[in-house]
Design a protein. Structure first.
Length: 57
């Protein structure tokens, strides 16, 4: 049986959370930056998962 490797999307979540925190510090509202970074990172991670799912079938 051939096992295929999946793509990792969690890196987007981590990178955008940290970048959002730093951007939030710059605008003096770190929570807003974290939430925006979380939304962008989760969207890209989900997109990576969906693309990988489609390619596998």
């Amino acid at each position: 049986m051939i096992q295929r490797t999946t793509k990792a999307g969690g890196c987007f979540l981590t990178v955008f959370l940290l970048a959002g925190f730093v951007a939030g510090l710059a605008i003096k509202d770190p929570m807003k930056g974290v939430l925006i970074g979380l939304a962008i990172g989760a969207t890209l991670a989900a997109a990576t998962w969906l693309i990988d799912l489609r390619r596998g079938s």
